[in-house]
Design a protein. Sequence first.
Length: 102
Amino acid sequence: MGKTLNTDLVYEVLSVVEEIPEGCVATYGQIARLTGRDRNARLVGKILSMSEYYGQYPCHRVVNHAGRTAPAFRTQRERLEEEGVEFKDNGCVDLKKYQWDC
């Protein structure tokens, strides 16, 4: 793929993110698998970090494999809580309860 992101790949990832229902979360790895790129969870994270350049997508609904929010995304937890997503005492989303079953 080289050093630049392919626009088709960006929109493929963002179209999957757009399908995550309100009140649910998906992991970067889950999005990677759904786009046929099982080992590219970091690539998904990179794409989501630039999503504002491609439109408005519910990127706040994507967390890491442990349910942690992105450190640089200050409003992510607040937005998830507004959708009814609860956090465990350790600050992570309970993936057993809130992970998108796609």
